[in-house]
Design a protein around this ligand. Sequence first.
Ligand SMILES: [Zn+2]
Length: 276
Amino acid sequence: MIQEIDPLRLDNQYRPTRPTPDAKVCVFRESAALVSRREDALVLPDWAQLAEGIERSAYLFRVGETDYFLAGLRDGFPLPEGFFYDDVRSHRRLNPRHEVYAEMTAWHLYVWYRDNRFCGRCGAPTRHDERQRMLSCPRCGNMIFPKICPAIIAAVVHEDRILLTRYAGRTYKNYALVAGFTEIGETAEDTVRREVFEETGLRVKNLRYWTTQPWGIESDLLIGYFAELDGSPEITLDRSELSMAGWYARDELEIPADGVSLTNDMIRAFIEGRNP
Ligand SMILES: [Zn+2]
C-alpha cells in the first residue's frame, strides 16, 4: 500500500529546521502540485530550484534523510525547466512510491493550513506555532490541530463471494468496496453496519478489523473491515451513491495488486483466500 515504503520511513515529528538545498518542496495550486514527470516517475522540486521564488514555507516531515517543506511561490516566478502544475489525483500509481506518499501527505497538511488561515471561533488570522504542528489564534487563544477524517472500507463476504460496487458519478471506475465517513458519535463498527445497509440494504455480522491506511488526498484515515453477510443476499442499491453492486466469486475476478490502495489490498486478500 501507499504507506509501505520500507526501508524508508515517514518521520512525522514536527521539528522545523532550515531547509538544505536538496530538501524537497511541495507547492500546490488548486488541486495541482508543482512536479516534473518522466514516464511513470514523479519528481518534486528541490529547495535549490525554487529558493529565489519562495515567499513563505512550513516544515512538513522527513522521509529517510530528506526534509520536505510546503511552500508558496511569488507571482511571476519562472518555473524550473520541465516542471508544471499537475493534478495530484493522477499521481497515485507513479513511482517512487515514497514520493507519491510524501506528496499525498503534504497535500493533506496543505489543505489543513489553507482552510485554517482564519480562526473559526472569532475570525482573526491564525499563527503557526513554533513548537508543534498547530495553528493558534492570537486573539481568542483557539488552538487548531491537523484534521483527520476517519472513514471505513468494508469488504462483505458471503460464502465464497465478495460484495463489489462501483461509485456513481465519479471518474474512478474500478471496482470498489462499501466506504463512508464515520459520523460523530459512531464507532467504526457502527459505520460499517450503517454504510453497508444504506448503500446496499444488506445486514452484516462478525466484523473483523483488517488494517488502516492514511489517505491524504481526502484528509482521511481509512479503516478496513471484513464482515459476513447476515441474512438475505438480495441487494437494494442506493443509486445516489453507487452505480452497481454485486456478488463476485474469486475466480471471476481479475484484479492485479496495485500496491497502492487499501481497497485493492482487501480485494486481493479475498482473491488469494487471505481474508479473515
Ligand atoms: Zn480566535
